[in-house]
Design a binder for this molecule. Structure first.
Ligand code: GLA
Length: 398
């Protein structure tokens, strides 16, 4: 009887297919090869990065997914139709690399694409989803970033659902990261398909530049925020679609990259925490400065990003030169960000006593200055550098 039941269930896995639940109850954190290494990734870099992240506290702060992005494979599949890791870049093979990462407390992430080819021209998974998912499972893969190049007229919902089902059928829990750039409004359909979905095009390490394929973090912030304008008066953009297990992804971090000033790196990190964004570092952690390391491992900032309520922050005010963002946290607390969008340092204020939204008695903590900053019965003012953020946590006094 048991055998018959198992046979029925096992054969019918695709019909019961679903997303692996419970894997991303807070936004995933980790490091990805793309923003620094692009096509020049290799196992030595990945292992050295993992070793550094053990030593510098990043792993213990929660950055556990180490993800290989595009360009890890050979240009052609083998005779059996399998993707082949480039032996010049990964001489030890993917299983050994996965074992190396797992032995050090990390999870192993890889990249593929819903099209016939990846954006870099390597084999994509279109038509090979089940075979690829089984191969990834055999390597111990825990996270899949799934891109959208060379997809022709393919329907995004179908493509991502097919790979979700293939991952589920391979029986190894995988965080599924949809990288479809927001074209088909994945926030409207991907909740049960992926754990996170990109909302925009690619990020690059500048504050507000716009390149052909990529833009600075402030442009991405504005884009994600403008995607949906709900008519209910409380405009939190597409924040309403995010929550535990399913996150809007405004792309990986450029924090610590050369195109950003220190203030811009800190502003970027603060705003990604306000957005409940996945925190996937993209800098060369082997040579990061102590100041950047301190930002990225700051427990109080990370507690905002990883808040268990999982509510995305929203822009309460945008005026010439500054913006005020708020985020509701578990236990009745709030996070508040004062962002200096001007080109010079200036005093920014928030008039807490006149705020109807954050009513009641709260203690104010200035997260970047590491000091308590009074109560919400007075106006808070701080001198903030250009493109930097004053990041506050308001703790409810019960
Ligand atoms: C796309 C993605 C990027 C990166 C590259 C790799 O542009 O959006 O994040 O994965 O492809 O080619």
């Amino acid at each position: 009887m048991k055998k018959i039941l198992c046979l029925l269930l096992c054969l019918s896995v695709p019909a019961f297919a679903q997303k692996f639940e419970g894997l991303a109850l807070t936004p995933p954190m980790g490091w990805n090869t793309w923003n620094t290494f692009a096509a020049n990734l290799n196992e030595a870099v990945v292992m050295a990065t993992a070793d550094t992240m053990v030593k510098n506290g990043m792993r213990d702060a929660g950055y556990v997914y180490i993800v290989l992005d595009d360009c890890w494979a050979l240009r052609e599949r083998d005779a059996a139709g399998n993707m082949v890791p480039d032996p010049a870049k990964f001489p030890g093979g993917m299983k050994a690399l996965g074992d190396y990462l797992h032995a050090r407390g990390f999870k192993f992430g890889i990249y593929s694409c819903a099209g016939s080819k990846t954006c870099g021209g390597y084999p994509g998974s279109m038509g090979n989803e089940y075979q690829d998912a089984r191969l990834f499972a055999s390597w111990g893969v825990d996270y899949l970033k799934y891109d959208w190049c060379s997809t022709g007229t393919r329907d995004a919902r179908e493509a991502y659902t097919t790979m979700r089902d293939a991952l589920f059928a391979a029986h190894r829990p995988v965080v599924f990261s949809a990288c479809e750039w927001g074209h088909s409004k994945p926030w409207e359909w991907a909740k049960d398909v992926a754990h996170l979905w990109r909302t925009t095009g690619d990020i690059v390490d500048c504050y507000d530049c716009t390149q052909r394929w990529a833009q600075g973090w402030k442009v991405i912030l504005d884009l994600q925020y403008s995607l949906v304008q709900p008519a209910d008066g409380q405009n939190n953009g597409i924040g309403q679609y995010a929550g535990p297990g399913h996150w809007n992804d405004p792309d990986m971090l450029e924090v610590g990259k050369p195109g950003l000033t220190f203030a811009e790196s800190r502003g970027h990190f603060s705003m990604w925490c306000m957005l409940a964004a996945p925190l996937i570092a993209g800098n060369d952690v082997r040579s990061m400065t102590p100041e950047i390391r301190a930002i990225m491992t700051d427990k109080e900032a990370l507690a905002i990003d990883q808040d268990p309520l999982g509510k995305e922050g929203w822009r309460m005010r945008a005026q010439s030169g500054h913006e005020i963002w708020v985020r509701e946290l578990a236990g009745g607390d709030w996070a508040v960000a004062l962002l200096n969008t001007g080109s010079t340092a200036t005093d920014l204020s928030i008039d807490f006593p006149s705020m109807w939204l954050i009513a009641g008695k709260f203690k104010i903590r200035d997260i970047w200055d590491k000091k308590d900053a009074g109560m919400n019965d007075q106006v808070f003012t701080k001198h903030v550098a250009s493109h930097d953020v004053a990041l506050l946590r308001l703790t409810k006094v019960k």
